[in-house]
Design a protein around this ligand. Structure first.
Ligand SMILES: [Zn+2]
Ligand SMILES: [Zn+2]
Length: 175
């Protein structure tokens, strides 16, 4: 997937035509998004609706494509896969740390973290805080890199390896 694709498509678009009907919408899963096409109308815009019910077009949350996706899911349509924890397919609508407005930062984008962004109040530091938080949550949920192996008689065959042992290996005193 080409990053920045969605953002580029936002440029040079006119105001929405009000006569878009969700009846004729075709919805398809496309990456972590739902691609919506309004068939009958000469609607050249790209509508890619994310899990946060936001469309990539200038209408954003108010786009009829969002409703088309809701209908499609109600009708049992296939769900778009959840992005891996800590991966942003797009910059979020608001900062997950403080709720302020977010802007896209191409220089922070990466293959593993997805779209880079910064927020208007905390800047880049909130971007990193959000990622650290996800990392810590993941650590809590599944602390094991390798689970311990315990024999049926309760004897520990292998003590396991925890993620935080790998991450902070140097700071842990080993007895
Ligand atoms: Zn749209
Ligand atoms: Zn923030």
């Amino acid at each position: 997937m080409h990053k920045g694709n969605v953002l580029d498509s936002q440029k040079g678009l006119n105001k929405a035509s009000p006569q878009i009907s969700i009846e004729d919408a075709r919805v398809m899963v496309s990456g972590y998004f739902y691609a919506v096409h309004f068939g009958y109308h000469a609607d050249s815009r790209q509508h890619r609706v994310g899990k946060d019910r936001r469309c990539s077009c200038p209408l954003g949350v108010t786009c009829p494509a969002v409703l088309a996706v809701v209908d499609y899911l109600k009708a049992g349509g296939a769900r778009a896969p959840d992005p891996p924890p800590g991966y942003f397919p797009l910059a979020p609508a608001v900062c997950p740390v403080c709720g302020a407005e977010v802007y896209y930062r191409a220089d922070l984008s990466s293959k593993h973290r997805g779209a880079g962004w910064a927020c208007v109040s905390g800047g880049v530091s909130h971007y990193w805080q959000a990622h650290t938080k996800t990392l810590q949550e993941q650590l809590k949920k599944n602390p094991w890199v390798f689970r311990p192996v315990i024999a049926t008689d309760g004897k520990v065959l292998y003590p396991g390896l925890r993620r935080d042992e790998v991450i902070t290996e140097d700071s842990i005193s080993r007895e």
